[in-house]
Ligand binder design. Structure first.
Ligand code: NAD
Length: 521
């Protein structure tokens, strides 16, 4: 594969890659239905209680069965991670940690086709999205390792109050980090959070989403094969409300890094911090808005909005879910948008032409259908809105819905609640300042985009929109498509805690605590 896939790749020649992916899909399908144990202290742990992982494109297909960790296994994992932190990893020179993690990144890159094929099956990602997820995972490790290399282990010479005083500041790990990941970027997010924690010298207990455990198992294999010592990287499978809750409440959990919904994130925060403060890094949901101004290049705006609203079936935290269109452009925008949305290839993402795969599970599908009913009540459906299972054929076996555009007033709940579905709410505006103020009423503050040829409008947008990730005039994605070392991914307000984003230059330091060392001579 000669070129790199990112989420913003538009016109890559994918022919050779498609052939390789075809073979990889055939390969992983030969392993369907296997059992996967939890991995604790470099040992396979079977509990007999199994979680079924199903293909959302073909719901009768069981991809694998994962052993669910209960209280004894959770305890075993934290004891092992604590021991590994104390006896080795926490004191391993950062250069040695960096070397092992770089090796893991190389293994992820080497195995990208197999891992992408798995994500196509377990999350229903399009081929391009799946490959982007794997490439991002490897790049995240490299970018985070570079942060400890650039700072030579986060050590700094400090000032002197007297000639015989030598003071330095050094960042040191906390201990064991609980890492809890969502389903939608099962490689990149599990890898990024775990790699930052372990680059910093913490050991890790990871729980992937119960909708995407297979990718995390592959990540474990890469970490293991890279030579990470026993106990440094442990993986538990299970439901959030059971296994996840036991993890964050465990007394040997010294910190938590969580990516997922705001609702669950707030629960995690309350459960993790009881007796005394601990770091709890949260990256949460979004209700992301784009503004299409009177001077916008409409072709760019339509393409950017369609890609961000419907890429990964609208299941990105950065997905576009609210669009404010200048009243003078509404008719043109809506007509061009509907035409473009109708061109979207929906279907099983094993097929190379598919842009939009299924939605992840029945719960998400019902949320989509309820939103359609709300739109009918509060406003009108401009395109889409159907449950495609009813149209039969390939669609009958998976959780497929139509890309949907609705027009509703901003007072509608469809302008407020995160849906995590291919569902975009539209309204018009006359005054950009008022539209931005309206968008800022959201409790979320993740991503936002603008299409305008007016420098003054762009400046006003950047200065006043309350979001951590902003884009202007981006055809490859109005609000989506961040990349490590390029776009820091920092949720404001209800979209995150920590104030420094993943993919960004300050991320690894958040997994460390400062120690001041003064030596008198
Ligand atoms: P979710 O919140 O339902 O689950 C996330 C993880 O938390 C899963 O592993 C789940 O099993 C676990 N969990 C559930 N209840 C728990 C509990 N009580 N204690 C501990 N763990 C628990 O999210 P999801 O549906 O997997 O993912 C979609 C959400 O993630 C969306 O809200 C999306 O915006 C958000 N997200 C945010 C970012 C970001 O960087 N800001 C990135 C991706 C996804």
């Amino acid at each position: 594969m000669a070129f790199r896939i990112t989420y913003s790749a538009l016109n890559a020649n994918m022919d050779e890659l498609h052939l390789e992916l075809d073979q990889a899909i055939v390969g992983v399908k030969k392993t369907l239905g296997q059992e996967y144990p939890c991995q604790i202290n470099a040992k396979e742990v079977r509990t007999g209680k199994l979680l079924e992982n199903r293909n959302p494109s073909l719901i009768e297909q069981v991809l694998g069965r994962f052993h669910v960790a209960g209280a004894p296994q959770v305890d075993q994992a934290y004891q092992a991670a604590h021991e590994a932190y104390k006896s080795s990893w926490g004191n391993t020179p950062w250069q040695d940690r960096a070397k092992l993690l770089r090796k893991a990144a190389d293994l992820i890159s080497e195995r990208r086709l197999e891992i992408a094929a798995i994500m196509i099956l377990e999350v229903g990602k399009s081929r391009l999205e799946a490959l982007g997820d794997v490439e991002e995972a490897a790049d995240l490790i490299r970018y985070y390792v570079q942060q400890i290399e650039d700072t030579q282990g986060f050590k700094r010479q400090m000032g002197k109050l007297s000639d015989n005083e030598n003071a330095i500041s050094v960042l040191r790990p906390y201990g064991v980090f609980s890492v809890i990941a969502p389903f939608n970027f099962p490689m990149a997010l599990s890898t990024g959070m775990a790699a930052a924690a372990s680059t910093a010298g913490n050991t890790v207990v990871l729980k992937p989403s119960d909708d995407a455990p297979w990718s995390a198992y592959k990540l474990y294999e890469c970490m293991r094969d890279a030579g990470l010592p026993a106990g440094v990287f442990n993986v538990l499978f299970g439901q959030g409300a059971e296994t996840g809750e036991l993890m964050v409440k465990h007394p040997l959990s010294d910190g938590v890094v969580f990516t997922g919904s705001k609702e669950v994130g707030m629960k995690v925060l309350r459960n993790a911090v009881t007796d005394f403060p601990k770091p709890v890094l949260l990256e949460l949901g979004g209700k992301n808005a784009a503004f299409v101004c009177a001077t916008a290049d409409l072709e760019k705006a339509v393409e950017g909005c369609v890609r961000s609203a419907y890429g990964l079936t609208g299941q990105k935290c950065s997905a576009l879910s609210r669009v404010f269109v200048h009243a003078s452009k509404k008719d043109q925008f809506v007509a061009a948008f509907i035409k473009r949305a109708k061109e979207i290839k929906i279907g099983n993402p094993e097929k190379k032409e598919t842009f939009m795969g299924p939605i992840i599970n029945e719960r998400a599908l019902n949320r989509f259908l309820a939103a359609v009913e709300t739109a009918k009540k509060d406003g009108k459906i401009l395109c889409g809105g159907s449950d495609l299972r009813k149209s039969g054929g390939d669609f009958a076996h998976g959780l497929f819905v139509e890309p949907t555009l609705v027009e509703v007033p901003t007072s509608s709940s469809l302008f407020r609640d995160e849906l995590f579905a291919p569902f975009l709410a539209l309204t018009t505006f006359a005054d950009l300042k008022a539209a931005i103020a309206e968008a800022n009423k959201s409790q979320y503050g993740l991503t936002s985009g603008i299409f305008s040829a007016d420098e003054g409008e762009l400046e006003y947008f950047f200065d006043h929109i309350e979001c951590g990730i902003t884009y202007a005039n981006r055809k490859t994605g109005a609000t989506t498509g961040a990349w490590p070392g390029v776009q820091s991914f920092c949720g404001w307000k209800g979209s995150g805690a920590g104030g420094k984003g993943g993919c960004g230059p300050y991320y690894v330091a958040q997994f460390m605590r400062e120690q001041s060392r003064t030596v008198m001579s």
